[in-house]
Design a protein around this ligand. Structure first.
Ligand SMILES: [Zn+2]
Length: 250
């Protein structure tokens, strides 16, 4: 069983530990991808609560590490299919490198001053770390309560002062309070980002991690005054043997 780790799936992990069949193991990626010194504690994941922000996979460099960790673990468990795991992973990592380069190119088109993110769901700090964005706030607190009136006023003043052109909600968590912050800060509110739901249906070209990233970045970059043209060259098609194919055959 493979987990993201960094406390993202604590209830699932407990359930799995209690029901683990003999010989099965639990493999957690986050802790093997970055060191504790690289953990980010921030808005929805404050240090005093002890749970780092778990959204490593939105940084394609960390996604590459996830892929190679999974490859090595699968080879350990199933050595006779070693070459298939190696080939698929190599193809996937190559695609991620293309995505990473295209992202860097596309970001150059966003005015430097606009490379700031105010979001509802706190998914983007590791992405921001890689590409030189600044996350100025994430409105969803760990307990799902609304931010305090003082915090709301602070965010409105900040986006007015810094002229942040757009703030981003999430498709799965509607946020009237972020909408209000955007309106009063004279910024656009776009509630279309997603971090764990693939676009389209199984079998569609864009129904992949890379497809999800392209969609998020197109929404984000265009709203921040840049162009997503460079990302159009990236092929989101899942590599052969990925879960979309697997599901169709099984
Ligand atoms: Zn999330």
């Amino acid at each position: 069983m493979i987990l993201n780790g960094l406390d993202l799936e604590t209830p699932t992990l407990k359930l799995a530990q209690a029901n683990l069949p003999q010989g099965a193991s639990i493999y957690s990626l986050g802790e093997k991808t970055i060191t504790e010194a690289e953990y980010i504690y921030d808005f929805s994941f404050p240090k005093e609560q002890g749970h780092p922000n778990p959204h490593l996979w939105l940084n394609p460099a960390y996604a590459m590490r996830y892929a190679t960790l999974v490859r090595d673990e699968l080879i350990r468990l199933d050595p006779k299919n070693k070459s298939a795991y190696e080939q698929n992973t190599a193809q996937f990592v190559k695609k991620l490198e293309t995505l990473d380069q295209a992202t860097k190119d596309a970001i150059q088109t966003i005015p430097a001053n606009n490379r700031r993110l105010l979001t509802y769901h706190d998914s983007w700090p590791y992405f921001a770390r890689r590409y030189g964005f600044q996350v100025i706030g994430a409105v969803q607190p760990s307990d799902f309560a609304d931010p305090s009136p003082k915090e709301v006023i602070r965010l409105i003043e900040q986006i007015r002062k810094e002229k942040v052109p757009a703030v981003f909600g999430s498709e799965v968590f509607p946020s009237p309070v972020l909408e209000q912050i955007a309106r009063e800060g004279k910024s656009r509110y776009i509630d279309k980002l997603r971090d764990d739901e693939l676009p389209g249906k199984p079998g569609d070209t864009q129904h992949s991690y890379i497809g999800m990233m392209i969609e998020n970045m197109t929404i984000m970059f265009e709203a921040l005054g840049g162009s997503a043209e460079a990302l159009k060259k990236v092929d989101p098609t899942p590599v052969a043997g990925s879960h979309a194919d697997y599901r169709r055959k099984n």
